[in-house]
Design a protein around this ligand. Structure first.
Ligand SMILES: CC(C)(COP(=O)(O)OP(=O)(O)OC[C@H]1O[C@@H](n2cnc3c(N)ncnc32)[C@H](O)[C@@H]1OP(=O)(O)O)[C@@H](O)C(=O)NCCC(=O)NCCS
Length: 202
């Protein structure tokens, strides 16, 4: 990786998912996806999330991408309609650490998209960006997000919670760290994704 810039543009594929750069044509899908109560509850997105917020979001995203500040990719099946978003930000090259985040369209949840996207970006961060400490910050009441973290090999670090005040009151964000090497989990993940497609668990 260049000393301080994250790669742009970037496409990552695997496990039936394609992560791609956001495009201006995604505006309508982005607004429909982000204007949703769970996203308002658990992420710092403005609420209501209207067209104006969407335009500002895509503009900021593009600036962060061209300046190499963060990785912010649309989750898609085949490069088409965005189904969610996965991010890597707060990169500290000295500590080799970064934080990741994710969200999925309410109509596309419980299909393994967040876990698939997080696994792909985590594997890329480890193997191509050589980041060894990958972190998630999650409110323990957000059961779907903690399930995603656990499924992808992240574990609670035991660090003191980060206290935050927001429109929904106070929250305490726990820190999770990736502890299982991605390549070691690949066969398990593929097995589970296949099981989900066929409606049963392994
Ligand atoms: C959190 C979120 C991204 C999960 O997306 P998703 O694509 O539905 O997640 P997955 O399908 O990959 O699910 C992964 C695991 O979480 C579990 N899970 C998902 N939603 C769940 C829910 N509402 N309750 C309990 N478990 C849930 C799945 O069953 C799966 O567990 P498994 O390993 O036992 O099968 C989605 O609910 C969302 O966008 N929430 C709002 C934004 C948000 O909270 N972002 C994270 C901020 S920290």
């Amino acid at each position: 990786m260049a000393a301080s810039r994250l790669p742009f543009p970037l496409t990552l594929t695997g496990d039936g998912i394609l992560l791609r750069e956001w495009r201006s044509e995604d505006l309508d899908d982005l607004v429909r996806m982000l204007d949703e109560p769970e996203i308002a509850r658990w992420t710092p997105m403005p609420s209501p999330f209207d067209v104006e917020a969407g335009i500002a979001y895509l503009k900021r995203c593009y600036q962060n991408r061209v300046t190499g500040q963060r990785i912010q990719l649309a989750i898609t099946a085949d490069g088409g309609r965005p189904l969610g978003e996965v991010l890597l930000f707060g990169v500290d090259l000295g500590l080799k650490e970064a934080e990741l985040g994710y969200l999925v369209d309410v109509r596309e949840r419980r299909r393994g998209l967040a876990s698939g996207a997080l696994s792909l970006l985590s594997a890329y961060a480890q193997s191509s960006l050589h980041l060894s400490r990958l972190l998630l910050r999650i409110d323990p009441r957000n059961v779907s997000s903690t399930a995603v973290a656990r499924r992808c090999g992240y574990r609670l670090t035991g660090e003191p919670p980060i206290l935050q005040e927001g429109p929904h009151g106070s929250s305490r964000l726990d820190t999770w760290e990736l502890v299982e090497h991605q390549s070691g989990r690949r066969s398990d993940r593929l097995k589970n994704v296949a099981a989900r497609r066929y409606g049963r668990r392994t």
